[in-house]
Design a protein around this ligand. Structure first.
Ligand code: NAP
Length: 428
C-alpha cells in the first residue's frame, strides 16, 4: 500500500492524524453552534432537565476537543535498549497502531456525551466504529453521526445500528472483525459480554453505589449544598450520583438540618422547563422498582418517598441497615441515604463495603483525613470537598471491583483503542 493510499482513509486505512483532528474539531464546533437543538434533543429523548442537558451538550464539545488533541499527539515511545546487555547496539521504539474495528455500546443516561466518549477517541486512534446506542435514547447518537459525516468522516468509519440489544449485541460480540468492545452500562450485562469475548479487548464502564463521607470538621454548608444538588441531578440516574452519605456523629444533626431543606427546595417537574432540577426516571419499570426499594427499606424516610404526579419526589432515607437495597445496590433514582457513624474508621469501612468502586468522596478541612481518604477509599477516583458526582472530560474516569476495568477520557481511551507495535533497529 502506498503512503498516499494509507493516508486517504476509507477502506485504505485511517486518515492521517491531522485529518482526524480536523474532523473532531469541526464536530466540536457544530455542537457549539447547535447547542440549543442538541440540549433539547437530549432532554426530549431522555427526560433530562434542560439545565442538566445543557451541561451534557457542552461537555461533549470538550470530549471532541480533547480527542482532537490526542489525534495530533498519538505516538509510541523510545525503549531504553542499552539498559540491558542484550540491547546494546540496538535502537527500539514503539508505534501506536489502531486496534481495528471498535464495537461501542452505550447507555441511556448520557445519550450524547457517553457516546462522544466512545466515538471521538476511537476516531482519534484511527479506528472504525460500530455503535449500538441505548434503545431508549438513540437520537442523540444519530445526531452525532450526522455531525461527524458533515465534518468530513469518510463513509464506513462510523456505523450506528439501532434496535434490539440481544440481537445487535450478539453480532458485535461474535464478529471476529470487531477487535475491541467499549461498553458503558449495567454490571450484569457488561461482565457477561466480557466473558463471551475472551479474545477481544472488552472495556467496561459500569455502575456504582456512590458513597461520600462528611467528617466532623467539614464545612457543612458547602457539603450540604453540593450533595443536595448531586444526589438528585437527572433524578439520580448517573453512575456517580451521590447515594450513601456517612456523617460523623458530632456533625450528624447539623448536617441533616442543612441538607434536607436544600433537598426539599429542589424544583421537581417538567424536564423541558429551564427551572426544573428533578424530572422523571427513564420509564415506568424503573419508577416502580425504585418505589419498591423505598417501600422495603428499614431506614426512616426523612423526606420524599412518594410521587408528585408521576415523578418520584427527592427522597432521603436515614440510617438504613447496610444490607438494605438502598445501601448496597445501585438505586439509579432520586434517592440517597444519610448515615450516622461513630468514627472515620467506620465511615471508611462502610464506604468500601459494597462490590462497587467507581468514585467516592470526602468533605473535610483536615489534610491528613483527605490524604487518608485518597489512600483508603477503594475506588477509581476520590474527590475531596467536591461531590463524587464530579467529572471533567479529560480526567481518567473508571472503576475498580464490579464497577469496571478501564479508564475513559480521551487520553486514556485512545490507549485502549491502539496497540503498541515494536520496531527494533540494529545500529551501524
Ligand atoms: P444497560 O441496560 O446495561 O444498557 C446499556 C447498553 O447495553 C444499552 O445500549 C443496551 O441496549 C445494551 N445491552 C443490553 N443488553 C445487552 C446484551 N445482552 N448485549 C449487548 N448489549 C446489551 O444500562 P442502562 O440502563 O442503559 O444504563 C444504566 C447503567 O449504566 C447503570 O448501571 C449506570 O451506573 C451505568 N453507567 C455507567 C457509567 C460509567 O461511566 N461507569 C456511565 C453511565 C451509566 P438496549 O437499550 O437496547 O437494552
Amino acid at each position: 500500500m502506498s503512503r498516499d493510499r494509507r493516508r486517504r482513509g476509507g477502506d485504505e486505512g485511517p486518515a492521517a492524524g491531522t485529518k482526524r483532528a480536523e474532523i473532531l474539531v469541526r464536530v466540536a464546533g457544530a455542537l457549539g453552534r447547535r447547542h440549543d437543538e442538541v440540549a433539547r434533543l437530549i432532554s426530549d429523548e431522555a427526560g433530562k432537565p434542560m439545565k442538566t442537558a445543557r451541561v451534557e451538550a457542552k461537555r461533549a464539545m470538550s470530549t471532541y476537543t480533547f480527542s482532537a488533541v490526542e489525534a495530533r499527539k498519538l505516538a509510541g515511545e523510545m525503549v531504553p535498549m542499552d539498559a540491558a546487555q542484550a540491547g546494546e547496539g540496538k535502537l527500539a521504539f514503539t508505534l501506536r497502531r489502531p486496534i481495528g474495528i471498535v464495537g461501542a455500546i452505550s447507555p441511556f443516561n448520557f445519550p450524547l456525551n457517553l457516546v462522544a466518549h466512545k466515538l471521538a477517541p476511537a476516531l482519534a486512534a484511527g479506528c472504525a466504529v460500530v455503535l449500538k446506542p441505548a434503545s431508549q435514547t438513540p437520537l442523540s447518537a444519530l445526531l452525532l453521526a450526522e455531525l461527524e459525516e458533515e465534518a468530513g468522516l469518510p463513509p464506513g468509519w462510523l456505523n450506528v445500528v439501532v434496535g434490539k440489544a440481544s440481537e445487535i449485541g450478539d453480532v458485535i460480540v461474535d464478529d471476529e472483525r470487531v477487535k475491541a468492545i467499549t461498553f458503558t452500562g449495567s454490571g450484569p450485562v457488561g461482565w457477561k459480554l466480557k466473558a463471551r469475548a475472551p479474545k477481544k479487548r472488552v472495556n467496561l464502564e459500569l455502575g456504582n453505589a456512590t458513597p461520600v463521607i462528611v467528617a466532623a470538621d467539614a464545612d457543612l454548608e458547602a457539603a450540604a449544598t453540593k450533595l443536595a444538588a448531586n444526589a438528585f441531578s437527572f433524578a439520580g440516574q448517573s453512575c456517580i450520583s451521590v447515594q450513601r452519605i456517612y456523617i460523623e456523629s458530632s456533625a450528624y444533626r447539623a448536617f441533616v438540618d442543612r441538607f434536607v431543606p436544600r433537598v426539599e427546595a429542589l424544583t421537581v417537574g417538567d424536564p423541558s422547563d429551564e427551572d426544573t432540577d428533578v424530572g422523571p426516571v427513564i420509564d415506568e419499570g424503573a419508577r416502580e422498582r425504585i418505589l419498591a426499594w423505598i417501600g422495603e427499606t428499614k431506614g426512616r424516610v426523612l423526606t420524599g418517598g412518594t410521587l408528585d404526579g408521576e415523578l418520584i419526589r427527592p427522597t432521603v432515607i436515614e440510617n438504613p441497615p447496610r444490607d438494605d437495597k438502598v445501601s448496597c445496590e445501585e438505586v439509579f433514582g432520586p434517592v440517597c441515604t444519610v448515615n450516622e457513624v461513630t468514627s472515620l474508621d467506620e465511615a471508611f469501612e462502610l464506604a468500601n463495603g459494597t462490590r462497587f468502586g467507581l468514585q467516592a468522596g470526602i468533605f473535610t478541612t483536615r489534610l491528613d483525613t483527605a490524604l487518608r481518604a485518597a489512600q483508603e477509599l477503594d475506588f477509581g477516583g476520590v474527590t475531596v470537598n467536591e461531590a463524587p458526582t464530579y467529572r471533567s472530560d479529560q480526567m481518567p474516569y473508571g472503576g475498580v471491583k464490579d464497577s469496571g476495568n478501564t479508564r475513559e477520557g480521551p487520553h486514556y481511551a485512545v490507549r485502549e483503542f491502539t496497540e503498541e507495535h515494536l520496531v527494533v533497529v540494529e545500529l551501524p
